[in-house]
Design a protein around this ligand. Structure first.
Ligand SMILES: NC(=O)c1ccc[n+]([C@@H]2O[C@H](COP(=O)([O-])OP(=O)(O)OC[C@H]3O[C@@H](n4cnc5c(N)ncnc54)[C@H](OP(=O)(O)O)[C@@H]3O)[C@@H](O)[C@H]2O)c1
Length: 280
């Protein structure tokens, strides 16, 4: 199969490698060229434009940052891809945007599958992501060969269903990170020993996020980022912008995360939110 992979960010670079390893012809494209030299060395062709990348593609995978970048790049895919090309959008975007992009692709005669992923760089590297699939039965089946290279797939409904589930999952991640920051702040105010505090919290309700980010928090060093604070802010905006009813905890966490980003932490790992909360 000829596969075009668009977006060579943290996640895209890792995921695209599995496409080559599966024996497919891989063409890559990234807004900033030259970000995936290791893939070119492994046999991928780097295209100079989206249109060039998708011209002879059977399938196109998008792994971009947000709604705006996915919409922009899909516009070029639609202009350049052959009819019936399978477009697989793995970007975390709002469900309403996902449904709209699905309509744009369908109107252009392309097949559209949304496949946001749960997991981070390590799982992307090890092909152990949880891949949430939103598409028709037929399109999900057509995408299975490629998507299963990234991890375990789960077909959860039509276009919009997987982005909806992903929005909920990442709301949980954001709230847990904010909650950890607040618990650490209270512990600090009450003069609880830091090591004691961490070891007790690790066994409690906030244990997942504390254990996950233990070493970054202990060193107070949030580089290199696996998932940036600005990425988490993007997902909090997806949550608050998609909800029918108010999400007060999300709104508060978003305000704090935005403050932390404005203070210069946006490109750091999202765990810096917990540290910012504790320190301020
Ligand atoms: N990192 C994680 O742990 C993780 C886990 C699950 C899901 N996700 C989701 O996966 C997606 C990618 O995350 P990531 O961490 O890989 O982000 P990233 O490292 O910041 O990569 C973002 C990619 O999008 C491209 N991009 C941004 N704006 C663009 C635009 N206007 N036009 C064209 N390309 C544009 C960037 O190109 P440049 O190189 O030119 O900037 C880069 O290739 C996000 O939706 C994120 O929420 C991330």
């Amino acid at each position: 199969m000829n596969v075009a992979f668009l977006g060579m960010g943290r996640m895209g670079r890792e995921m695209a490698r599995h496409v080559i390893e599966a024996g497919h012809q891989l063409t890559i494209w990234n807004r900033t060229p030259g970000r995936a030299r290791e893939l070119v060395a492994a046999g991928a062709r780097e295209a100079a434009s989206v249109r060039d990348a998708v011209a002879g593609a059977d399938a196109v995978v998008l792994m971009l940052f947000d709604d705006a970048s996915a919409r922009q790049v899909l516009g070029d895919v639609v202009a350049g891809a052959p009819a019936r090309t399978l477009v697989i959008n793995t970007t975390t975007i709002a469900p309403a945007t996902g449904r709209d992009l699905g309509r744009v692709a369908a109107t252009a005669g392309l097949r559209y599958v949304e496949a946001p992923v749960v997991g981070t760089i390590g799982p992307a590297r090890d092909a152990t992501l949880r891949v949430l699939v939103g598409a028709s039965e037929q399109d999900a089946a057509a995408a299975e060969e490629l998507l299963s290279r990234f991890g375990t797939t789960r077909h959860v409904g039509g276009v919009g269903a997987a982005t909806a589930l992903k929005a909920v999952v990442n709301l949980g991640l954001a709230l847990a990170t904010g909650a950890l920051g607040e618990a650490l702040r209270l512990g600090s105010d009450l003069g609880v020993d830091r090591d004691l505090l961490r070891s007790e919290l690790a066994g409690g309700a906030l244990g997942f996020i504390l254990n996950y980010k233990q070493s970054m928090l202990a060193d107070n060093d949030f580089q290199p980022a696996t998932f940036t604070l600005d990425g988490l802010i993007k997902d909090l905006r997806i949550a608050t912008g998609s909800a029918r009813r108010p999400l007060p905890m999300a709104t508060t966490t978003l305000a704090l995360a935005t403050e932390a980003s404005d203070a210069g932490h946006g490109k750091e790992d999202f765990a810096s939110l917990a540290a910012y909360y504790t320190a301020t």
